[in-house]
Design a protein around this ligand. Structure first.
Ligand code: ZN
Length: 408
């Protein structure tokens, strides 16, 4: 087992950890540890909310979650010799839950606090809690399914440079200015009050917090990509923007469907991740890399059959869009939800299944004017019953009365 470089205490608030996490991106966040290229090490992570969500049947915590505090990241870990322009090579060796915390959660955020891909259809806060059985997950809130997890970090990346950070702030502020009152907002601007910048001197952190980037979107450095295939055995090549790279990780997911559509849509967990790092000197220019590139691993759940739902660039009101993949994927998801409801699931339960199961999402066609064709692949083998269409019609075998947790 590799040496544990960063430990967390699940009984303590993020601000009380011995090694402080960070919930913003800023180039001045001090490295919490240094490693040499070629090292293997373990990093422990809080869940992305820092313990705001608990394993119970009350979704009040999801409704009231403070989203300006997330995501809590472990790091940055400095890599000796890494310089701007290099590639940081990161192998994801293994990931797991803590023995005392073998559970996870999925939230549907309320429209007023976070929203999600289908927030117009599911505007109320809901929660599902999951139990882990080795590589499998089940939920007392979602009957009739059992999946093998495709475990991965939702969020992993290196620190941005001052120049890159300024560019992020410029372009995201420009977008927000196009519709500043929108709910949910178009982007998440800096928010100094709840910024936690690791071990940065509190006097410096006050100023830095005003410009430090929120962790919500993926950006050039990686960040909150929520790519389910960054699983065990994968290798990621990160562009390096600051001296020693500054690698941070968090938001571990036991499982997730492509798109993480409920937003808090994966099976979220606290846990540990084992990493190996190396450097390719000057790799950004050598390979023309500006955003991360990764090589898939060989440790994925093997499902052999999928039922696939199509969606096109026509919205729920019948309005035609031009090759809009976002609209098309929404239609594919809504079509899948309508179908699963015929087997006894609530719309919310079906939504949560699409967000958490190892569902494949694809842009199947993007040139056939005016419709993009998005497809959503549901593995049929995750269900305890047959979901394929046949002449007999859908057979309902779910025990009645099982529902997602609501706010009490
Ligand atoms: Zn997450």
């Amino acid at each position: 087992m590799p040496k544990t470089l960063i430990k967390v205490d699940l009984g303590k608030a993020p601000e009380k950890q011995d090694i402080l996490p960070h919930n913003r991106w800023h180039p001045d966040i001090p490295m919490v540890a240094m490693v040499k290229p070629g090292s293997e090490f373990r990093v422990e992570c809080l869940d992305w909310t820092g313990g705001q969500i608990t394993d119970n049947d009350d979704a009040g915590d999801v409704r009231d979650v403070d989203l300006t505090k997330v995501h809590y990241l472990s790091g940055p870990v400095g890599v000796e010799g890494a310089e701007p322009g290099d590639l940081l090579v990161v192998d994801i060796l293994d990931i797991g839950a803590f023995q005392e915390s073998e559970w996870g959660f999925t939230g549907i955020f309320s429209r007023e606090n976070g929203g999600g891909f289908l927030t117009d259809h599911f505007p109320e806060a809901r929660k599902a809690c999951w139990d882990f059985h080795g590589v499998m997950a089940t939920s007392r809130h979602v009957p009739g399914v059992r999946y093998h997890g495709i475990t991965h970090p939702g969020l992993i990346g290196c620190l941005p440079s001052h120049t890159l950070l300024a560019e992020w702030n410029r372009r995201e502020a420009d977008l927000i200015a196009t519709d500043p009152e929108r709910v949910p907002p178009l982007a998440a601007p800096p928010c100094a009050d709840t910024a936690l910048l690791g071990h940065l001197d509190p006097n410096l952190a006050k100023e830095a917090g005003k410009v430090a980037a929120r962790t919500v979107p993926p950006r050039e450095h990686g960040g909150n990509c929520d790519i389910k295939n960054l699983t065990r055995g994968s290798r990621i090549y990160f562009p390096v923007y600051v001296k020693n790279a500054g690698l941070s990780v968090g938001d571990l997911h036991f499982s997730q469907g492509d798109g993480e559509i409920t937003f808090c849509g994966a099976i979220e967990m606290a846990g540990w991740i084992d990493l190996h790092v190396d450097i390719i000197k000057g790799g950004m220019a050598k390979y023309g890399i500006k955003n991360p590139v990764f090589k898939t691993g060989r440790m994925e759940p093997h499902y052999s059959e999928y039922l696939v739902f199509e969606g096109i660039s026509v919205d729920e009101q019948g309005k035609q869009y031009y090759l809009d993949a976002h609209v098309a994927y929404r239609q594919a998801a809504l079509n899948a939800i309508e179908y699963l409801k015929k087997f006894g699931y609530s719309g919310e339960q079906a939504y949560v299944i699409l967000g958490t199961a190892p569902v494949e999402g694809r842009i199947s066609g993007i040139v056939d004017i005016p419709n993009a064709c998005a497809t959503l692949y549901i593995p049929t083998e995750i269900f305890d019953f047959d979901i394929r269409p046949d002449v007999g019609g859908p057979q309902i075998s779910l025990s009645p009365g099982v529902a997602l947790a609501t706010p009490k």
